[in-house]
Design a protein around this ligand. Sequence first.
Ligand SMILES: [Ca+2]
Ligand SMILES: [Ca+2]
Ligand SMILES: [Ca+2]
Ligand SMILES: [Ca+2]
Length: 281
Amino acid sequence: MNKRTACFFLLIVPAYFAIGQDAPRPTETVKILVPQLELTPEIDGQLSEWKDFAFTDGIWDIYRLRHTFWYDGGRRNRLTDHGNEPHPENDLQARYYVAWDSEYLYFGAEVKDNVNDVDAPGNEPQAWYLRDSICFFVEAPRDEAPEYFGHGDNAFCFVADATRPDYAAWWRHGTATERQLEEPIPAEAVSYAFEFDPWGTGEADFILEAKVQMAPTLGVSDSRWTPPNVGDVYGLEIVHCDPDGGPYGGHFMIYGTGDDDATWGRMILTGPQTPIERRAE
Ligand SMILES: [Ca+2]
Ligand SMILES: [Ca+2]
Ligand SMILES: [Ca+2]
Ligand SMILES: [Ca+2]
């Protein structure tokens, strides 16, 4: 990439991630019931011990996103064409899992993707949005003030890079005085694992399993945060980035429209959930 292209590129990226600012804000928000875990997951890239006890609402792909109220095709939710793409559902589809306990938030994902791309132009550590990554945007506690990152807003971003660089678990967050700080999630506050090609269906497919300690993250971004209780309301959005060989490429935005935290889903901390039961006949 020459210098001129690089400059242009740096200018254009923030525009996409501030997209909620010029589009009308949806009048609805999603309600997301996130269960408490009674068991302690082992963070090893296998979700089997807790996925039945976690929030999930099934498979997301571009067709499902097209029917959501926050969809803004080509901008907010988009896939890109690099000349030899599979059908859109095979470009990116994923299930996401979220749960909590007294100390941690738990995040999981089962992802089918056609190309693993973790090279970012400029190689800046905070550029998770230029790499295959899943970002969980959390406001805790949720408030009614629309902020475009700010006090109480956090993004916990996991870059699907098998080499586990320092920036693979990233924390964008505000504080009482700063709108947007960029740093790795403190090592003592995070544990994460990827398993690639878990189903033998493609090397870009992966499972993500992660836990983030709340007190040293949510407690830092907002002093009003208190240890979690059933009934607490957080904000939640999922941003799943999928460049697939381009500099800035496809992404899904789920439960919200981008940085505007007033659009993020209402994540309600609930008590434990029982697994889906199947009938004998
Ligand atoms: Ca596990
Ligand atoms: Ca893809
Ligand atoms: Ca807010
Ligand atoms: Ca990809």
